[in-house]
Design a protein around this ligand. Structure first.
Ligand code: ZN
Length: 312
């Protein structure tokens, strides 16, 4: 049975900005998070705790979190800030920065895992096992993202069985959510259905989140398939910005405003206010020097304008 709601997680402050060549001011990163909250986001991937030499855009992650923690009580508004981590060191920094959720990445292909985080899949899974217990002890929500779940830029096809095996292992470690990431935008809707069914069977009771890049324009079709197949959350970025710095020709996530529009048109609740989201996309475009953003809704406008504005 399909759900009448979908949780839309804003990832522009992390995935969206990390691929930007020009360094964005810390104050703008904070404003992006706060504007997302105002638009209705309740889970936001705000920062990543990664090697600043490799991802300079995330060097001020601790500062962004410190300022956000001083900005009134986001927790009282039900806002959960997520920090992405690749290893134990990153997890310790996330803990120190007072994130609400840590999202630990393992990549489904050996080559990409080594390129992305410098160690083998087995090493990464061992670190996840170590930190899962600590996260529980500290009261932190702990999720795992399986990167390149639908294909790898270095190894090609990724076997469904490999994704299911990693999900089974992660579930046994007690994670509360497993995200299937289409890091390079090669998923199709039927592949999404099949992998979600396999992961559900391998990790019963664990929430499923999906992360799609729109590299080959299949992103929204995949988002629809994920919802139909029982995913409870989708990662999106306002304006459709983003991409992985370590994946060749990577492009942005599915745009938040386009995704929210599609689901709201179908009567599926997201909790977002579309006019505010469109304003946020316009503001972000200014921050990024006025370059054209991939999102379509901000260009085309709402339809029917009055009805949607009244409903959201
Ligand atoms: Zn991504």
């Amino acid at each position: 049975m399909t759900s009448s709601a979908i949780q839309v997680i804003e990832v522009a402050p992390r995935d969206g900005l990390q691929n930007e060549k020009t360094l964005i001011a810390t104050a703008d990163k904070v404003e992006l998070v706060l504007r997302s909250v105002a638009a209705g986001a309740r889970r936001i991937e705000a920062v990543s705790f990664v090697n600043a030499a490799r991802v300079p855009q995330m060097a001020d992650a601790g500062d962004v979190m410190a300022i956000l923690r001083g900005e009134g009580d986001l927790r009282a508004q039900g806002v959960s800030l997520i920090g992405l981590v690749l290893n134990r060191r990153g997890f310790d920094r996330a803990l120190e920065a007072d994130v609400d959720e840590a999202n630990f990445v393992v990549v489904a292909s050996e080559t990409f895992n080594r390129r992305n985080q410098g160690v083998s899949i087995a090493d990464t899974m061992a670190q996840i096992a170590d930190t899962a217990g600590l996260a529980k002890h500290e009261g932190l929500t702990f999720g795992v993202t399986i990167g390149a779940s639908f294909g790898c830029p270095f190894e090609g096809e990724v076997a469904e069985a490999q994704v299911a095996a990693l999900a089974r292992e992660a579930a046994a470690m007690g994670v509360s959510e497993i995200a299937l990431a289409d890091t390079i935008g090669v998923a199709d809707p039927m592949a999404v259905e099949r992998r979600i069914a396999l992961v559900k069977a391998a990790a019963p009771g664990v929430s499923i989140r999906c992360h799609f890049h729109n590299t080959r324009n299949t992103g929204l079709a995949n988002a629809y398939a994920a919802w139909r197949a029982g995913a409870s959350a989708l990662d999106t970025s306002v304006g459709g910005i983003g991409g992985c710095p370590f994946a060749p020709a990577a492009t942005g996530n599915i745009p938040t405003e386009d995704t929210v529009y599609m689901f709201e048109r179908m009567g599926i609740r997201t909790g977002y206010d579309l006019p505010t989201l469109i304003d946020t996309a316009g503001w972000l475009q200014g921050v990024l020097g006025g370059k054209a953003l991939p999102g379509m809704l901000a260009k085309a406008g709402l339809f029917p304008a009055a009805e949607i504005a009244a409903r959201t």
